[in-house]
Design a protein around this ligand. Structure first.
Ligand SMILES: Cc1cc2nc3c(=O)[nH]c(=O)nc-3n(C[C@H](O)[C@H](O)[C@H](O)COP(=O)(O)O)c2cc1C
Length: 372
């Protein structure tokens, strides 16, 4: 029977994501602690968990003695603490705020996301580790997100809800539905939008990566004024993605994909007439996303959506109604892209894509108002 090497096992088991804790205990008022991810909930009645500590861990030796320990679940901003407690340094608690636990004085880290005070009821051995089965006597938690550990690295969990809130908040920022240039009150905004404050915080932090949001001197988030240059930069980034996609797909695209692209042109003139600005925007985005989707990469499509400038252009420009002349030009640009695909003409498609972005930017410059 082939045996698995330690290295192979580590590589594979690293795909199991976990949280990160600091297991603490105390002896003669001296605190001990070690970073541990081998922690699991075990039973609800009675409340029990298990912790695996290596035989050579000095914390393990003290837990053996004290038969008590605390589990401090780290928050996402505490990877430094995880690294500090993963050493053998003698002064791991230096300058660290903690409170001795009520039962046996095991240190409870003040900034931990949650703490659980535990009494050992059984110790078993597994390989190089002692497995402490323990009853949880006291537990506290606070709002926040946990530090995560995955494939040997610290990170944060991206909750599905965070992703949804990010997209919604990005739309609100680009659509100028939030006050511009003044500090946002996260608590009341979260209430107003009916989303968790933490998700809102992450959305705004992510948007500051796109320079759509900045931080003021107090660290509050502020919706940044839109600049034409930012719009232009994003439009060119989106164009670069489309040019890359055209390079890759014009010659090789399946007939039905090209047919779907042509079908998308109909959205620009439902019932033979130009639609409302909302209908136009929908058809416009659908056409471009369909084009980028032809490359078959969800990562690329996601990146493309991130630089989508349609709402930015709409907020920067007036009139708010579709301008017939610009719309007609745009329809012609899109038709040229489809025709180049039908001719399998890569250079022609790229030229049409570039001409379209130039027209779009020129139009935005001509009709710009307000913030820019
Ligand atoms: C993310 C991470 C998770 C760890 N998980 C455990 C664990 O579950 N059990 C363990 O014994 N050591 C674990 N370690 C290693 C210990 O933290 C490390 O050996 C530490 O130096 C032990 O300190 P001590 O001897 O003072 O107790 C982990 C280290 C890291 C970085």
């Amino acid at each position: 029977v082939p045996t698995l090497s330690a290295e192979e096992f580590r590589q594979v088991i690293g795909h199991f994501a976990s949280g990160v804790t600091v297991i603490t205990t105390a002896h003669d008022d001296v605190p001990y602690g070690t970073t541990a991810s081998a922690v699991s909930s075990l039973s609800l009645e009675p409340p029990m968990l298990l912790v695996c500590l290596k035989e050579d861990s000095s914390t393990k030796a003290v837990v053996d003695e004290a038969q008590h320990f605390a589990v401090n679940i780290l928050a996402e901003h505490q990877p430094d603490l995880a690294a500090r407690f993963a050493t053998k340094a003698p002064d791991k608690f230096r300058d660290l705020a903690y409170t001795p636990g009520t039962a046996a004085g095991a240190p409870l880290l003040d900034d931990a996301l949650a703490t659980l005070e535990c009494r050992v009821v059984e110790t078993v051995t597994g390989g190089t580790h002692a497995v402490f089965l323990a009853e949880v006597e006291r537990a506290t938690s606070r709002p926040g997100a946990p530090l995560a550990y995955f494939r040997g690295q610290f990170g944060r969990l991206e909750l599905q809800q965070d992703e949804a809130v990010f997209h919604d908040v990005r739309g609100l920022v680009l659509g100028r539905k939030l006050p511009v240039g003044e500090p946002l009150d996260l608590t009341s905004l979260a209430e107003q939008l009916d989303v968790p404050r933490g998700s809102l915080y992450h959305a705004l932090a992510k948007l500051s990566g796109e320079a759509l949001v900045t931080r003021d001197a107090d660290g509050s988030f502020v919706v940044a004024p839109l600049r034409l240059e930012a719009m232009e930069e994003a439009a060119r980034a989106a164009c670069a993605i489309e040019v890359g996609v055209a390079h890759q797909t014009v010659a090789a695209a399946a007939e039905e994909d090209v047919a779907a692209l042509r079908a998308g042109l109909a959205g620009f003139r439902p019932d033979g007439r130009l639609p409302t600005i909302e209908g136009w925007t929908e058809a416009y985005n659908a056409f471009h996303e369909r084009l980028v989707a032809m490359a078959g990469s969800t990562t690329l499509l996601d990146a493309f959506r991130r630089v989508s400038v349609t709402p930015m252009i709409l907020s920067l420009t007036r009139p708010r109604e579709l301008v017939r002349e610009a719309a007609e030009r745009s329809v012609a640009d899109h038709a040229a892209i489809v025709e180049a695909y039908e001719r399998r003409d890569t250079a022609g498609a790229i030229e049409a894509i570039q001409r379209h972005v130039d027209n779009r930017i020129a139009w935005a410059h001509a009709h710009v108002v307000g913030e820019a």
